[in-house]
Design a protein around this ligand. Sequence first.
Ligand code: GLP
Length: 234
Amino acid sequence: MKVHIVKNQVEGAAIAFDILKQKLAAGAQVLGLATGSSPIEFYKQIRESDLDFSEVTSVNLDEYVGLGEDSDQSYVYFMKEHLFNAKPFKENYLPNGLAADLDAELERYNAILENHPVDFQILGIGRNGHIGFNEPGASFDGIARVVDLAPSTIEANARFFENPEDVPKQAISMGIANILSAKTIVLMAYGQEKADAIKATVEGPVTEQVPASVLQNHEDVVLIIDESAASKLA
Ligand code: GLP
């Protein structure tokens, strides 16, 4: 794992942007994308760049069950707002949180993932070490499925919703096996509330109790973190 400690998101995003640019120049065709606050500046730098995605496909990590593009808290809304409206891709794939038949939706999304192996995957990390919505205990062999969100994740997400009852309790998420099959993985994390998760990811044992710790087993992972997120590293 390569670790970059940066001053702020702008500096971190610039590093991620450079890696993306190199991978695109080297022929990357499929990007694995993430939502959350951590990649916002990265997407801004892409929007402001002259990078062209018209021959590039994207697949997203996850989506809340019950939310669709009409909801400003859905991940499809987020992606349009931060990237897709400004940068047209060849195709954008996200799990459909409004699917009436979730089993059929999982079959559809797993087939998409199988047919579009990811060249470059962006990740954030939850305070409990989750990646995508693979919460502690998720199998390292898992593929896309419906997951119950951990109480701490529901609580962390509550700030985005007016009513606590509106905070989704389930999501469709890529599994850890899907994430690990990406050729290059760039994980960004900022702030003190990520310090424990980052320490466990980088220095802890590889355990399903800390989903991101599995990244130690991947050969091309770049961690971009600020000094607060790095503050508990040895
Ligand atoms: C959510 C998303 C994750 C993301 C995490 C951290 O749980 N499903 O993909 O990494 O939030 O979000 P943030 O970057 O806002 O801290």
